[in-house]
Design a protein around this ligand. Structure first.
Ligand SMILES: Cc1cc2nc3c(=O)[nH]c(=O)nc-3n(C[C@H](O)[C@H](O)[C@H](O)COP(=O)(O)O)c2cc1C
Length: 256
């Protein structure tokens, strides 16, 4: 049975250039090209709509950008399975990030499918540990979030401090009002500060854990060249850090 992931459904077609100064410029250009290819909008007349849905699914948020999913074409649609080779045992010993990630990918398929004339029924098969998505033809509508899929990205930039308008908070609250979800909004400064301090304490504790540090380091891509070579992991520049050659990053990472 053939399995797909992001790296197999989006061909980037770039050889990793050398480490010369020109190589670095090529690599930065290469990252820009790869990102543009990856994040092109949904093609509603794609030759293979199933493959196009898988491409959109692989744009979902996912733990450590490990992309721990495998997609399979089934007689009725698409199955999503965990890619156990991409588990993070230190930070996610019970695999709940892996399965939340499969849910994020399934959600993207459910949002995109109507634009390709299909309705998606998503079922988590707990015993088989897979998500089964049955696609039926006949639907013809456009989900309001379909255009957001290729544009959505996490940011770790410094928050600009602007207050979130009350009507947007209400939208968030409404989006979270589903069975099994307990949604709480914290808007009071004192409570926000307490949560911030708890997060900082938790982060400090995590940084004492050698297994966590080694695992995190293995998933950081310190420069464009390694980001392009692996097409996964956490690109240092996305966290506001300078890009560094791997040898220098190896020396600095334990210190910083
Ligand atoms: C289950 C799960 C847990 C995540 N945990 C964190 C986290 O602790 N810190 C963080 O900065 N991002 C976290 N993320 C965001 C991912 O790092 C991000 O989705 C991934 O790097 C892909 O980048 P993108 O969302 O910009 O496409 C998490 C995402 C998921 C789905």
């Amino acid at each position: 049975m053939a399995h797909w992931n992001r790296r197999s459904v989006v061909s980037v077609g770039l050889a990793a250039p050398s480490l010369s100064a020109a190589g670095y410029a090529d690599n930065a250009h290469g990252v820009a090209i790869a990102a543009a290819r990856l994040r092109r909008p949904l093609n509603t007349s794609a030759e293979d709509p199933i493959l196009e849905l898988v491409r959109l699914a692989t744009l979902a948020a996912n733990s450590h950008n490990t992309q721990p999913w495998l997609f399979e074409r089934t007689p009725t649609g698409i199955a999503i399975l965990p890619d156990v080779a991409r588990r993070c045992p230190a930070v996610d010993p019970d695999d709940h990030h892996v399965f939340a990630t499969l849910g994020c990918a399934a959600e993207n398929i459910a949002i995109a499918a109507p634009s390709l004339g299909r309705a998606a029924e998503v079922v988590f098969e707990a015993e088989a540990k897979r998500v089964n998505i049955v696609l039926t033809s006949g639907a013809s509508s456009t989900h309001p979030l379909v255009d957001a899929i290729p544009r959505r990205q996490c940011t770790r930039s410094v928050y600009d401090g602007r207050l979130i308008p009350t009507e947007q908070l209400a939208l968030l609250e409404a989006a979270g009002a589903v069975e099994g979800v307990d949604m709480r909004l914290f808007t009071e400064r004192a409570m926000i500060d307490r949560i911030r301090d708890t997060v900082i304490d938790a982060n400090r504790a995590q940084m004492q854990d050698q297994a966590f540090i080694s695992e995190l380091r293995a998933w950081i891509r310190f420069n464009e060249r390694s980001a392009l070579a692996t097409r996964d992991g956490l690109f240092a520049a996305c966290s506001g850090n300078a890009t560094l050659p791997d040898w220098l990053a190896g020396l600095l990472f334990p210190i910083v």
